[in-house]
Ligand binder design. Structure first.
Ligand code: PLP
Length: 383
């Protein structure tokens, strides 16, 4: 049996007629960049995320960069974030000229740990603290970080909060939607995200009228009015075609999310029935709405061997992520060392994402769990 990590083709089949109709409309209009289709998507996403505004951008990464630029983060500044995330979070900080300050994660959710944030700030010299301007919590795998303590810390130290919600559209923390809690919420429409475009795309949410105006100006090279530049921005624009694909898919998103949540529930039953609880730790669902962009299990041992075994059995799995930020070669100038963030390092060497996409069948899920059981039974048996 084949079980891919994600099956976008089977999702496409269910919306193909609508997609082709939209494609024809956009191509006939020959209106490709920003415009009414992007405006419409911005209204829909703002409503979906319970925010006042949304600004369509060229990618999730550009959303982060644009938010940092809008917050005037740059040289001399520092930004605190998690050591365990997709590279774009940390890369965007550095691209503004600022310095990332990494902290360790919560061992259950793999999200940034508010305790470690507090401790990192407490350990800073007065000078270092004066440079600290923002915090970027990441909602890893589709579950919000523990935001109440984070927002409290942000208020105490006067920090801008940028939610990296690239993996978490529609997730909730204590009944608040991802993207509505900080100053900015950044989302990605990369095809493998829960709400994916047919190419790159993203969106930034905000509740502030001022930040909204500034985001829109910096999105087009800082131009306002056209060809007059008081500030330097970039080309962070979203395509009309991508916007209309995302609008179309947004109508299906809650249904797809529900399927992902049901699949997560099915895995819990299957793993429990398989008696693997000593070897496989299942995702800890702590917040009110986890949208399962990934279903990530933590293995007691032999993660890499299991990964190869599952690949050989036709099962798509992936490691998100094999190297924490503080150990990335490009950040060696920050002088972090191995063992600085043991929880992140443990996650990097013991976790594995298994398929959880909406179209996954029960047979496929049973096959995945059966193969994992088979691997550990063989591994445990005396040679
Ligand atoms: C995908 C992702 C991004 C970047 O989004 P792109 O649209 O690929 O640029 C940023 N942060 C996290 C946590 C992500 O998962």
């Amino acid at each position: 049996m084949k079980v891919p990590l994600l099956d976008l083709k089977s999702q496409y089949k269910t919306i193909k007629d609508d997609v082709l109709k939209i494609a024809e409309e956009v191509f006939e209009s020959q209106y490709f960049i920003l415009g009414p289709r992007v405006d419409a998507l911005e209204k829909e996403i703002a409503e979906y995320c319970s925010t006042r505004h949304a600004v369509g951008v060229s990618s999730g990464t550009d959303g982060l960069l644009l938010s940092l630029m809008t917050a005037d983060i740059g040289h001399e500044d520092s930004v605190i974030t998690t050591a365990y995330t997709f590279f774009a979070t940390a890369g965007s900080i550095v691209r503004t000229g600022a310095r990332p300050v990494f902290v360790d994660i919560d061992p259950d959710t793999y999200n940034i740990s508010p305790e470690w944030v507090e401790k990192a700030i407490a350990d800073m010299s007065e000078q270092e603290r004066a440079k600290l301007k923002a915090i970027i919590p990441v909602y890893l795998y589709g579950q919000c970080a523990d935001m109440d303590p984070i927002l409290k810390i942000a208020e105490k130290y006067n920090l801008i909060v940028i939610e990296d919600a690239a993996q978490a559209i529609g997730s909730e923390y204590r009944n608040r939607r991802a993207g509505s809690m900080g100053d900015f919420g950044c989302f990605s429409f990369f095809p493998s995200k829960n709400l994916g475009a047919f190419g790159d795309g993203g969106i930034v949410t905000t509740n502030s009228d001022d930040l909204y105006d500034k985001l829109r100006i910096l999105r087009v090279h800082g131009s306002s009015p056209k060809y007059y530049h008081k500030v330097i921005g970039g080309n962070f624009r979203l395509d009309a075609f991508q916007a209309s694909i995302v609008s179309l898919k947004l109508k299906h998103l809650d249904k797809w999310t529900k399927k992902r949540q049901e699949n997560a529930g099915k895995y819990r039953t299957l793993f429990t029935d398989a008696g693997l609880e000593d070897i496989v730790k299942l995702p800890v669902e702590r917040e009110s709405r986890h949208i399962y962009n990934q279903f990530v299990i933590t293995l007691k041992d032999k993660r890499d061997e299991l990964r190869r075994f599952l690949n050989d059995a036709g099962i798509g799995v992936e490691i998100y992520y094999p190297i924490p930020m503080h150990l990335q070669e490009c950040f060696s100038y920050l002088n972090y060392k191995k063992a600085n963030f043991p929880v992140a390092e443990h996650a990097a060497s013991h976790t594995l994402a298994i398929p959880v996409y909406p179209e996954l069948s029960e047979d496929q899920q049973e096959y995945v769990v059966q193969k994992i059981k088979e691997f550990y039974s063989a591994a445990d048996s005396p040679q």
